[in-house]
Design a protein around this ligand. Structure first.
Ligand code: SF4
Ligand code: SF4
Length: 117
């Protein structure tokens, strides 16, 4: 079992969750945070910290949604940008809270690799 970050994190990214994770298993995209399912110890302390309810235990999701968000959380974790300190949410966070189907509309955008500039 693991916890997964889901749709409502996209374009919100409050990052309250990273401040409490005991194993620092959150990874950052430009418009989303992910949990590495292989590192998460299922403690559950991040779930109530998310102000927009984006973190769920995987077994709370229907099969199709669980597979989809497991794959997305793994993909972002593989980009390997670990985040351990809380920072400001995205400027559009309040407006984007609760907007449906953000993944289909906006996708997940990697953080630009400034070393390639
Ligand atoms: S607290 Fe919720 S919205 Fe904020 S980064 Fe974590 S999962 Fe995303
Ligand atoms: S459930 Fe615990 S270990 Fe897993 S991401 Fe949340 S705080 Fe970290």
């Amino acid at each position: 079992m693991t916890y997964l970050v889901t749709d409502n994190c996209i374009k919100c990214k409050h990052t309250d969750c990273v401040a409490v994770c005991p194993v620092d298993c959150f990874y950052e995209a430009d418009n989303f945070l992910a949990i590495n399912p292989d590192e998460c110890i299922d403690c559950g302390v991040c779930e109530p910290e998310c102000p927009v309810g984006a973190i769920v235990p995987e077994n709370a999701l229907p099969d199709e949604e669980r597979e989809k968000w497991d794959e997305i959380n793994r993909r972002v974790s593989e980009w390997n940008i670990n985040i351990v300190d809380q920072k400001d949410p995205l400027p559009e966070a309040n407006d984007m809270d609760g907007v449906p189907n953000k993944y289909e509309e906006f996708g997940i955008i990697p953080i630009k690799d400034i070393t390639n500039e």
